[in-house]
Design a protein around this ligand. Structure first.
Ligand code: SAM
Length: 188
């Protein structure tokens, strides 16, 4: 999707987003725990949407920043913490300042996923963790949208592993079952 299309798509859903997926808390919490954040860590929720993960991130550290391309989503998220409006591919952070990045439901919407993953690597501190997450697996998500799983999907492990490595990330865990999708990586 182009950025304008993405903004329009999510702007229309900002006020109802949390009501559509009310039961995702536990799978989000489990994925966030795997970022291994500690008090004082800096956490980025990239593509934070309404910020529903931000209180869970703050269970580990109070230094949590959300960022989203869609102003309507970011405005809802501001009720839950510090949120910037912007593109995850051009982060307003200095190099090597972030300890953990959550990107929930983001990567499938990116026009330039490699560039964004590189940008994540730029701002990440050595040893930082990245969680590409979705509260359901790819097959459930495709079915929800009335689509077949595409063999070219960059979120599939055979495509994602080299993509992550080319952007400076070392994959450490991959799970894609109906209960959730989680690709976890560490800054190489
Ligand atoms: C599927 S929603 C997920 C929202 C939230 N992470 C969640 O799980 O509830 C994807 C979000 O990513 C945002 N987004 C899409 N492309 C983006 C980009 N290039 N930079 C920042 N945010 C982006 C959209 O505006 C939208 O809010």
């Amino acid at each position: 999707m182009e950025k304008d299309e993405t903004r329009a798509f999510f702007a229309a859903r900002a006020t109802t987003w949390d009501d559509t997926f009310p039961d995702d808390g536990p799978v989000f919490a489990a994925a966030i725990a795997r970022l291994e954040l500690t008090p004082g860590s800096v956490a980025l929720d990239a593509g934070c949407g309404t910020g529903r993960a931000m209180p869970l991130l703050r269970g580990f550290t109070d230094r949590v920043v959300g960022l989203d391309l869609t102003p309507e989503m970011a405005l809802v998220a501001r009720g839950r913490g510090a949120v910037l409006i912007g593109d995850a591919g051009e982060l307003p952070f200095a190099a090597a300042t972030v300890d953990g990045i959550l990107a929930a439901g983001l990567i499938g919407h990116l026009g330039e996923p490699r560039g964004t993953l590189r940008e994540f690597a730029r701002v990440a501190r050595p040893g930082a963790r990245l969680a590409l997450f979705h509260p359901v697996g790819r097959a459930v998500l495709a079915a929800r949208r009335g689509r077949e799983l595409s063999p070219d999907d960059i979120r599939a492990e055979p495509h994602l592993t080299p993509l992550l490595r080319s952007a400076g990330w070392e994959p450490v865990h991959f799970h894609d079952e109906d209960d959730h999708y989680l690709a976890l990586a560490r800054l190489a």
